[in-house]
Design a protein around this ligand. Structure first.
Ligand code: IPE
Ligand code: IPE
Ligand code: MG
Length: 253
């Protein structure tokens, strides 16, 4: 008897989320359950990142945004922050060739300038190497906070008004979107959060206006390709109404 349910799942390539964002949470609890240091959880979590990036590319996702480090995460113990930065650097270096080969472009959203200079340097190299890739964007949210992003956008807009490059009446939703870190990227269709927390934790607050949300209890290091496919299947069966009435109702009536 077949035990793997995802073998039965057929995804409709036409109905995949173009932009998929993931709040990768639960590394610390994964380690704690095993009486290990939190850093071990982050190490295991970075393996999950590798497998999910590969799966997303294979499935045909357009943009994969991964929330890897928030503006609030700087307040964690120094050693944990250091370990996370080291893992990030390792990831950026080790995945460089694979991203290239698989036509994936690396992009960063967040306060890149706050990252350690050596990490920034490796990011710049990988971004330059992958800049013409067009099969998928791997969008890493690093030192990212939605409120900081919006504050930053407001500052830029005010400066443009002061320098007379912009009239206040030109301020529109599109203009605001175009001053966010995500300016070149459509809003996320689906946001997944692992580890069973029912909150956004300062992630894509503006962009998530009409995103579908899926929360799983699975801790990020345990998150698998099978579960990923199940979630995409769940997404494909949702009725995204955007405030209107459902498509089937409007067609019938
Ligand atoms: C997510 O796992 C990784 C980061 C936020 C950097 P956590 O480290 O938040 O894990 P928990 O929530 O403590 O289990
Ligand atoms: C959200 O996880 C940030 C990332 C996944 C990078 P946190 O663990 O920092 O969020 P809270 O503290 O549980 O809200
Ligand atoms: Mg957490």
């Amino acid at each position: 008897m077949k035990s793997n349910s995802t073998q039965d799942v057929t995804l409709n390539p036409e109905k995949l989320p173009f932009h998929l964002a993931i709040i990768m949470d639960g590394n610390g609890r994964w380690a704690k359950k095993r009486l290990m240091n939190r850093v071990k959880g982050h190490e295991q979590g970075s393996q999950t990142v590798r497998s999910i990036v590969t799966a997303a590319r294979e499935l045909g996702i357009g943009v994969l945004t991964l929330y890897a480090f928030s503006t609030e995460n700087w307040a964690r113990p120094k050693l944990e922050v250091k370990a996370l930065m080291m893992l990030l650097k390792k990831f950026i270096i080790s995945e460089r060739e694979k991203l290239s080969k698989n036509h994936i472009r690396l992009n960063i959203i967040g306060q890149k300038h706050r990252l350690p200079p050596d990490v920034q340097k490796e990011i710049d190299i990988t971004m330059a190497l992958t800049k013409n890739n067009d099969k998928m964007v791997l969008n890493l949210a690093l030192s990212y906070g939605s409120r900081e992003e919006i504050t930053n956008a407001v500052k830029q807009i005010v400066q443009k008004i002061e320098s007379k490059d912009l009239n206040p009446e030109d301020i529109s939703q599109d203009l605001i979107s175009n001053h966010l870190y995500t300016k070149a990227i459509p809003d996320p269709d689906l946001i997944i959060r692992t580890s069973g927390e029912y909150r956004l934790s300062n992630f894509l607050l503006w962009q998530a206006a009409y995103s579908e949300i899926y929360i799983t209890d699975t801790l990020w290091p345990d998150f698998s390709k099978d579960e990923f496919i199940e979630i995409l299947n769940n997404f494909q069966n949702r009725d995204r109404r955007f405030g209107k009435v459902s498509c089937s109702i409007s067609k019938d009536g």
